[in-house]
Ligand binder design. Structure first.
Ligand code: NAP
Length: 284
């Protein structure tokens, strides 16, 4: 079977064209939209992602401040920084990069991000609004998976989607978004007894576990669609996904590449959220 490459570049370019125009309109009437990127890690994959976010913001006319708190920062320091940026009227949007320092969880700090600036939808309020089907900012990676599938005209209504991963930033919000699209959703995780048994009967498999090569051809039914969210650094320093592409190609009808699949759409949606936050703030 031919496996179509579900690239995200075209979709990201279309989103970026709209975002860039909206950012320019805001800048014509006041300050450019401003994103505060709070970083408390020295993880190399994170550094790569943060750098790509800064470049994307720059290209779109969005001001981006990187606030580096260091990999030893305490929960209290991170909370104080997030609260200060939340209260700062010059900041439209806040994003907290993960992973966090050892011993600090997203739960410990995310409620210090004001909901109207929480462009990656990580605070308990944003996640609660999503679970309740109400409007808030949705985690960009989860939204990117759904948008990528829609862009490639992959049907979701009534389809069985297996999501591998249940984090608050990807797996769980993605399950909520897929339910809202009327898919039937199974969420697998590290304690799932037989992962292949769950994923091989799904119409769509989304790999979001952060484990190189976890999803192989044996995990995928003939003709299924596979979306690879994984962004992992391999032994050679290359960014690779969670899917063993060689064994999945030829079995799946579609597979998103890493890089070039979910990643560019995530970045584009995050930047769109920044502009939306700025538009809402200026309209008040
Ligand atoms: P995470 O917080 O580490 O969560 C990983 C999830 O995968 C957990 O729910 C874990 O299960 C599950 N898991 C781990 N090993 C497993 C296994 N062997 N079998 C089944 N499930 C397993 O990671 P995350 O933040 O959700 O990120 C997931 C991946 O997406 C990472 O590679 C990350 O870099 C990538 N990511 C990509 C983008 C993008 O834009 N492309 C954005 C964000 C994240 P338990 O809950 O049982 O521990």
């Amino acid at each position: 079977m031919d496996t179509v490459s579900l690239t995200g570049k075209e979709l990201a370019a279309a989103i970026n064209a709209d975002t860039g125009a909206r950012a320019a309109a805001l800048a014509a009437n006041g300050p450019a939209p401003r994103l505060a990127l709070v970083v408390a890690t020295d993880d190399p994959a994170s550094a790569w992602y943060v750098n790509s976010l800064r470049k994307a913001a720059e290209r779109l006319g969005i001001a981006c401040d990187r606030i580096d708190l260091g990999a030893e920062a305490s929960a209290e320091t991170i909370r104080a920084e997030l609260a200060a940026r939340s209260a700062d009227p010059a900041v439209d949007a806040i994003m907290l990069q993960t992973p966090l320092p050892d011993g600090v969880t997203l739960d410990d700090v995310s409620s210090s991000i004001a909901a109207d600036k929480d462009v990656d939808g990580v605070s308990p309020l944003s996640l609660g609004l999503l679970a309740a089907g109400r409007t808030g900012f949705v985690p960009a990676t989860s939204e990117a998976v759904v948008e990528l599938l829609k862009h490639h005209r992959i049907p979701l209504v009534g389809k069985h989607v297996a999501v591998v991963g249940r984090s608050n930033v990807v797996g769980k919000p993605l399950a909520q978004l897929l339910l809202a699209e009327n898919a039937t959703v199974t969420v697998a995780h590290s304690r799932t007894a037989d992962l292949a048994a769950v994923t091989s009967v799904a119409d769509v498999v989304v790999a979001a576990a952060g484990r190189i090569g976890l999803v192989t051809g044996a995990h995928v039914g003939e003709g299924a669609v596979v979306v690879d969210v994984g962004t992992n650094e391999d032994a050679d320093g290359k960014i690779v996904g969670d899917v063993e592409a060689d064994s999945v190609r030829g079995r799946a009808s579609g597979l998103s590449p890493v890089p070039g699949g979910v990643g560019p759409v995530t970045t584009a949606l995050l930047m769109r959220h920044v502009v939306v936050a700025a538009e809402r703030a200026r309209a008040v």
